[in-house]
Design a protein around this ligand. Structure first.
Ligand SMILES: NC(=O)c1ccc[n+]([C@@H]2O[C@H](COP(=O)([O-])OP(=O)(O)OC[C@H]3O[C@@H](n4cnc5c(N)ncnc54)[C@H](OP(=O)(O)O)[C@@H]3O)[C@@H](O)[C@H]2O)c1
Length: 344
């Protein structure tokens, strides 16, 4: 085992899109676990848009990461040493690991990633928090119903891929918006969506949505906000539901976009509702049981965009805001399989 813990610290707060210069790397000795703690080896780190908010001083939704501290982030790890009866060396776990190779954490902040449900890739992807977000957004907030005409933005991304597939599983007509031909081909050929819109190739997004959703929209799952939300609102059907999952187009924008078509919510007697996945913490197990069953049946998949090495994390975050990720964005920090003899 490496005796060193490689870490990425928050160095400076971003003005717009996060840059590598917002972070700095350092190395400290691995800290052996105290009673009721575990020493972990990070395998995958999830790269999430919310990290941009955590980097800001005025983060309203979440507390900010202090400058000089390890960047916050969740992921999948392997237990190296355990001083808790809850965990054994070699087990896979999920936790808020932070951007570091060898976190030492209290066992109460760590959850098992049951190998019977999936390997580390499944746990960062199809069973991970993005998938759980899609589950509650689609089902609880969107009240997805068979026969619905569903539109999903950022449909090739982490949350969007799963949201679109849930709608397909529920026998809906599903259209997806993504940026670029490669992502759109994936949505059409692999996820079998009924309609696909390449936002980067369309001059008139509202007209393109009209072509992909000729009968209008019963459920719009919004991952991006801004002009895309505006364009989707124009096509709402009576009684439509608009799920405000995220507004990535606005989070790092210099000037915020004023949505113009809110009148459609009134005239279509529609409902628009936001949600935060962590509010569903008590029901994560319900979501994971459903997602694991669909994954086992082959009805659900998750394309990962994997960057290799902890040193890639600082540049990775900005990719989300430029649409450069082709799938759920993760950084692979350690090996997926260990043949090392675990110690206790
Ligand atoms: N409510 C919750 O609890 C919760 C939890 C997790 C995530 N979220 C939100 O869910 C959304 C998706 O998150 P994710 O982790 O799955 O990221 P993601 O979709 O994998 O990556 C972000 C994608 O957003 C699109 N995008 C970026 N800038 C854009 C712009 N200016 N205009 C239009 N599209 C743009 C890009 O896709 P294309 O280029 O393909 O369009 C990009 O690949 C985010 O808004 C995130 O904040 C919410």
């Amino acid at each position: 085992m490496s005796e060193l813990n490689h870490r990425i610290l928050l160095h400076a707060r971003p003005g717009g899109i996060p840059e590598p210069s917002n972070f700095v790397a350092d190395t400290v000795p691995v800290r052996p676990p105290a009673a009721d703690e575990v020493l972990l080896e990070t395998i995958f780190l999830s790269i999430d848009p919310a990290m941009r908010s955590w980097m800001s001083e005025d983060s309203s939704a979440h507390s900010s990461v202090p400058l000089g501290e390890v960047m916050r982030g969740g992921g999948i790890a392997r237990v190296l040493q355990s001083r808790s009866p809850m965990f054994r060396p070699g087990e896979h776990v999920q936790a808020r690991l932070g951007w570091q190779t060898h976190p030492t954490l209290p066992a109460r902040y760590v959850q098992k990633a049951d190998a019977a449900r999936g390997d580390a890739r499944a746990w960062i992807g199809v069973l991970g928090l993005s998938a759980v977000t899609a589950y509650f957004g689609m089902r609880d907030i969107g009240e997805v119903t068979p026969g619905d005409n569903v539109l999903v933005s950022a449909a090739a991304g982490g949350v969007g891929q799963i949201a679109a597939q849930i709608a397909r599983i529920e026998a809906c007509h599903v259209a997806g918006i993504a940026g670029g031909a490669d992502k759109c081909a994936y949505l059409a050929s692999e996820l079998k969506l009924d309609g696909v819109i390449d936002r980067k190739a369309e001059n008139d997004l509202a007209a393109a949505i009209g072509r992909a959703c000729p009968d209008g929209i019963d459920l719009y799952f919004d991952n991006v906000g801004g002009p895309t939300l505006d364009a989707a609102l124009m096509h709402l059907r009576p009684g439509a539901r608009v799920v405000l999952c995220g507004r990535i187009s606005q989070v790092a924008a210099a000037n915020s976009y004023a949505v113009r078509n809110l009148g459609m919510i009134l005239t279509r007697r529609a409902r628009m509702q936001g949600f935060q996945v962590f509010r569903y913490h008590d029901r994560y197990e319900e979501a994971r049981a459903w997602l694991a069953a669909r994954y086992r049946e082959g009805a659900l998949q998750q394309r990962l965009h994997v960057l290799d090495g902890l040193d890639q994390a600082p540049a990775a975050l900005g990719m989300l805001f430029r649409g450069e990720n082709t799938g759920k964005l993760v950084v692979q920090v350690g090996r997926e399989f260990s043949h090392a003899r675990p110690s206790r």
